[in-house]
Design a protein around this ligand. Structure first.
Ligand code: GDP
Length: 452
């Protein structure tokens, strides 16, 4: 997400490089480029107009300082304006003073509402809450069944309830189920009830009336609009329609892992006045994160998102194993192919190599890494792992054992060429040597020297 916008903005900043001062004239080229970059990223036209005007006015009013060049000043102004557009702080998740708090999930069919309800429940559970899920989509039994499946897989409480088939009009059934679920949540000691509602392919009057009735009945502390980021301006328009009727308290943008151009993310808050609260970044239940405006702006500005990367590492990596590895590898004992395989597995747990590289800054020492992400061959990691899997335990402990005939056997066992096995062993030898040298400077020197 945002790679395109980020790239285009970098280009527009370049038009200002080398200019001595900011003038109406030299800034207008950069402004044109910025406007184009935003429009091509599918940002709402009104939002673009406002944003560009703010940037222009601020840029013109900026005192020329010796500390920053004109292009650096514009970069800073664009950064600050984007942060203002998205909201300065993380929008808090609101709860009622009297539990259970109710979260009403709104959105069109296919936006990811059911998946997101389960993701939110899991996120709340991890944060120490006791959530309960209910689907009041009495029109589509498959939707209720889908929620039951995801609730089970994440271990979150679910209120299933029973439908009365004889009721013709859906809304009374919807309201009855919702009321029962709230009571059940209270009886069960659940502090948050997440209500997954019926979606439609488009905005329709019956759906909207039903949502309004649910709001009146449940007095929710959150009404979250789930928007499919891939649908760009359509998502913004439906967010507006839902907001006009329900006054949403926030939005969740799903499918941010796809190649959405980012326009929806940059427009929703301005158009509805409601903040984006979470992002969906994949189909799995844990592909979900609170929305940090400053981190997103950092990504857009090409500065990467190291904070999220570190958090991801913290929550997925096995700290004990990582420390043991560092101690062993840098302590002069060297590291084995077994350790190498374990490191690969740990990295894989953090997500695809592509998604990791994309979070690195595209300027400065990591320049080019984010772009290189496009060419990463994820299958390469699996191939390396399968080569190591085809070795015996003894070989993994002592790579010196792996002679010509063993290399042939390993290649055949893992379905690769002998050249690939050779390549891996060469890389391993280089890394092993590098660690020993590094360890030498860290107190493990003597032992490392003896082994070399
Ligand atoms: P609903 O009709 O609004 O309840 O939508 P669903 O929850 O059934 O989701 C529709 C499709 O989008 C499903 O195939 C989900 O797996 C998928 N989906 C939901 N959220 C995300 C996301 O953040 N990333 C990706 N890649 N897919 C998602």
């Amino acid at each position: 997400m945002f790679e395109n916008l980020s790239e285009k903005l970098q280009r527009s900043f370049k038009t200002l490089r080398g200019q001595g001062t900011i003038t109406e004239e030299n800034i207008s080229d950069a402004m044109r480029e910025i406007r184009l970059a935003l429009l091509e990223s599918d940002v709402n036209l009104e939002v673009v107009k406002d944003l560009v005007e703010h940037i222009r006015v601020k840029a013109m009013g900026t005192q020329v300082t010796t500390a920053l060049s004109p292009s650096e000043q514009i970069v800073k102004i664009v950064h600050d304006e984007l942060v203002t557009l998205l909201g300065k702080d993380i929008a808090k998740f609101r709860t009622a003073s009297q539990p259970p708090s109710v979260v009403l999930m709104a959105g069109l069919q296919g936006s990811g509402k059911t998946t997101t309800s389960a993701k939110l429940a899991q996120w709340l559970k991890k944060g120490g809450h006791r959530p309960m899920l209910v689907s009041v989509d009495v029109y589509r039994p498959a939707a209720r069944a889908q929620l039951a499946v995801v609730a089970k897989s994440t271990g979150v409480n679910l209120y299933e309830g029973k439908l009365d088939e004889s009721v013709q009009n859906g809304t009374p059934e919807v309201l009855r189920l919702a009321k029962e679920a709230k009571k059940e949540a209270a009886n069960f000691g659940c502090d948050i009830l997440i209500v997954d509602t019926a979606g439609r392919l488009g905005i329709d009057a019956v759906l909207m009336d039903e949502m309004a009735e649910l709001k009146k009945l449940l007095n929710p502390s959150e009404i979250l609009f789930v928007a499919d980021a891939m649908t760009g301006q359509d998502a913004v328009n439906s967010a507006k329609a839902f907001n006009d009727l329900l006054t949403i308290t926030g939005a969740i943008l799903t499918k941010m892992d796809g190649d959405a151009r980012g326009g929806a993310a940059l427009s929703i808050r301005q158009v509805t006045g409601a903040p984006i609260k979470f992002l969906g970044t994949g189909e799995k239940p844990d592909a979900f994160e609170p929305f940090h405006p400053d981190r997103i702006v950092s990504r857009i500005m090409g500065h990467g998102d190291i904070a999220t990367l570190l958090e991801r590492a913290e929550s997925t990596l096995d700290k004990g194993k990582a420390e043991a590895f560092a101690k062993k590898a840098l302590g002069g004992q060297g590291f084995t192919l077994e350790d190498f395989r374990e490191q690969l597995r740990q990295i894989k747990k953090m997500g695809s190599m592509k998604s990791i590289l994309k979070m690195l800054p595209s300027v400065g020492p990591f320049a080019g890494m984010a772009q290189a992400a496009e060419n990463v061959d994820e299958s390469q990691f699996t191939r390396v792992e399968s080569i190591i899997n085809s070795m015996t335990n003894k070989e993994r402990q002592n790579a010196d054992l792996i002679n010509g005939s063993r290399r042939k056997r390993i290649a055949a066992g893992s379905g690769v060429t002998v050249a690939e096995v050779n390549n891996l062993l060469r890389q391993y030898a280089q890394m092993s040597k590098m660690f020993k040298t590094m360890g030498g400077g860290m107190g493990g020197g003597m032992k490392a020297q003896q082994r070399l």
